[in-house]
Design a protein around this ligand. Structure first.
Ligand code: NDP
Length: 296
């Protein structure tokens, strides 16, 4: 069997197209331009790349993009003051503080100082609680992107056995919650899980969010299962030339694709969906703030 490749790049382009159409309507019918503010503290190279592409795509779909780049030694008080200012800014509908923050800043305190209605990353404790109780919330972008791909591929995932490998607050836990809200039967695995291979072998849906290159081999996968690979790991690739690197996921793509029914590639799977969902969340936040109908 060769798995169907779930093309996240193409799917994300479709989502961004829908976002752009919604933005056009908000401008034309209501004179409103959704605005997204991204706050970056410090010079982490990977974060700089993410922030740049978020800003570029925000502008491409017709929204207002605001970037605040702060020095690595910015004080907590100054960062909180900026967030307070953005909370009060009527032209800003979404606020994202790029993680990780430098060590001297309290991440929980900072995230929980964002107005939950503008928390387009869905990390504020209120949004976590709303999601956990099945209420309307802001949903974290990466798991939301995974859910959209699963719904698109399967129609319904009700009753399916799902295993999420990883229990982080930003991916694993909200992913499990979303699968549960869609009536899958969910197992969450982590570094202390016993017999991981056996647990994964039972799953109709496997979501790998571990951060360990190619950890999941094909012989853990139930034939026909759907594999969603969240992992982004950069490895040296001397075969591509001196000093070259490549990105791989948390699953061993070739052996898993030989057994799975469907699989997301890395790159070009979950990654592009994350930014598309951030843009979609910003439009949702803007509609809610203005008492307008939300996108589907
Ligand atoms: P974290 O490091 O926060 O969490 C990793 C999780 O994996 C932990 O729960 C950990 O368990 C678990 N784990 C570690 N080793 C094992 C093991 N041997 N067996 C089973 N479970 C294990 O990572 P994130 O959730 O932030 O990210 C996961 C991956 O997803 C990374 O590669 C990251 O780069 C990628 N990512 C991709 C995004 C995208 O847009 N595509 C967005 C965000 C992340 P324990 O809790 O017990 O320590």
């Amino acid at each position: 069997m060769t798995a169907t490749v779930i093309d996240g790049k193409e799917f994300a382009a479709r989502v961004r197209g829908q976002v752009a159409e919604h933005v056009d309507r908000l401008k034309a019918d209501h004179g409103i331009t959704p605005g997204l503010a991204v706050v970056l503290v410090g010079e982490d190279p990977a974060s700089q790349v993410y922030v740049r592409s978020k800003g570029k795509m925000t502008v491409e779909v017709g929204m207002k993009s605001v970037e605040h780049r702060l020095e690595a030694d910015t004080s907590e008080a100054d960062l909180l003051a900026l967030i307070d200012q953005l909370n009060k800014d009527a032209e800003i509908h979404g606020i994202l503080v790029q993680l990780p923050l430098p060590k001297h800043l309290n991440e929980d305190l900072v995230i929980n100082s964002i107005d939950p209605a503008k928390d387009v990353d869905g990390f504020h404790i209120s949004n976590v609680g709303l999601l956990g109780t099945g209420q309307k919330s802001m949903v974290p972008c990466t798991p939301l992107g995974c859910l959209m791909m699963l719904r698109d591929h399967h129609g319904s995932i009700s009753g399916m056995d799902a295993v999420v490998i990883g229990r982080s607050n930003i991916v694993g836990k909200p992913m499990a919650q979303l699968l549960l809200n869609d009536s899958a039967t969910v197992t969450i695995a982590h570094s202390r899980t016993k017999d991981l291979a056996e647990i994964v072998r039972r799953a109709d849906i496997v979501v790998a969010a571990v951060g360990r290159p190619e950890m999941v081999p094909g012989d853990w996968i139930k034939p026909g299962a759907t594999v969603i690979d969240v992992g982004i790991n950069r490895l040296d690739a001397p075969e591509r030339g001196a000093g070259k690197t490549k990105l791989v996921g948390d699953v061993d793509y070739d052996s898993c694709a030989a057994v799975a029914g469907a699989i997301t590639p890395v790159p070009g799977g979950v990654g592009p969906m994350t930014i598309a969902c951030l843009l979609a969340n910003t439009v949702t936040a803007c509609c809610r703030a203005n008492g307008l109908a939300e996108p589907e």
